[in-house]
Design a protein around this ligand. Structure first.
Ligand SMILES: CC(C)(COP(=O)(O)OP(=O)(O)OC[C@H]1O[C@@H](n2cnc3c(N)ncnc32)[C@H](O)[C@@H]1OP(=O)(O)O)[C@@H](O)C(=O)NCCC(=O)NCCS
Length: 184
């Protein structure tokens, strides 16, 4: 089983390297996306391919990962024999009217490793970490692609009760979701 060979660990700032995402395949063929039309949420056909070039990958490491780690957040990666095949980043600063939300900024699995439980495992790691930090919920500004939203719904995410305006301004088509952390 592939999952047994995958190692999950937290990145530390000293190991950030602009080339670390080069083997990562963001490639995603999107066919249908969620849109709000006349106040109703609908799945509509909008075919496109999402992908990252080398420059974008380097920016993610140098800007997003660095920002996350410098702020005390966690970047969790899944590695197959040292190759980064999935990652998630969770910001340390809680937000919301009662500081209830921890921001799950990124969660991606390399195209060749999808559908094997890695996304679920990365999500669970973030949920565990957010609980330790005292959050009540994860907040996710999710890509509106049908499959992406289906993944988060399968994890137990629901529509966010409080909407984060910054996320909406940055990605107006994203679906704003939350996940209630089990306090047990
Ligand atoms: C979304 C993503 C993170 C899911 O990771 P993954 O490792 O492929 O997902 P898992 O194998 O852990 O799936 C867990 C559950 O999610 C659901 N799910 C996963 N992929 C799905 C898909 N393509 N369509 C519908 N449901 C899906 C299933 O219920 C699955 O459980 P099951 O395998 O028991 O049926 C990954 O596919 C990905 O990186 N996609 C492209 C980038 C992206 O959308 N990132 C999120 C941006 S906000």
């Amino acid at each position: 089983m592939l999952e047994r060979e995958i190692k999950f660990r937290r990145l530390v700032i000293g190991e950030l390297n602009p080339e670390m995402l080069l083997p990562f395949q963001r490639y995603q063929e999107v066919n249908r996306v969620w849109r709000v039309i006349d106040g109703e949420r609908k799945l509509v056909s909008e075919p496109f391919v999402d992908n990252w070039d080398e420059e974008t990958k380097a920016e993610i490491v140098e800007q997003d990962f660095k920002h996350c780690l410098l702020g005390g957040g966690s970047v969790i990666c899944a590695e197959d024999n040292g190759k980064l095949v999935g990652f998630s980043s969770l910001l340390r600063q809680l937000f919301g009217s009662e500081s209830q939300y921890a921001d799950l900024m990124q969660l991606h699995v390399s195209a060749d490793y999808r559908g094997k439980g890695l996304g679920k495992a990365l999500f669970a790691e973030c949920a565990r970490q957010a609980k330790v930090w005292g959050a009540d919920k994860l907040y996710i500004s999710a890509h509106s692609a049908e499959e992406t939203v289906a993944f988060y719904r399968a994890m137990g995410c629901v529509d966010a009760l409080e909407i984060n305006k910054e996320h909406v301004e940055r990605e107006p088509f994203d679906c704003q979701l939350e996940y209630v952390l089990n306090k047990g």
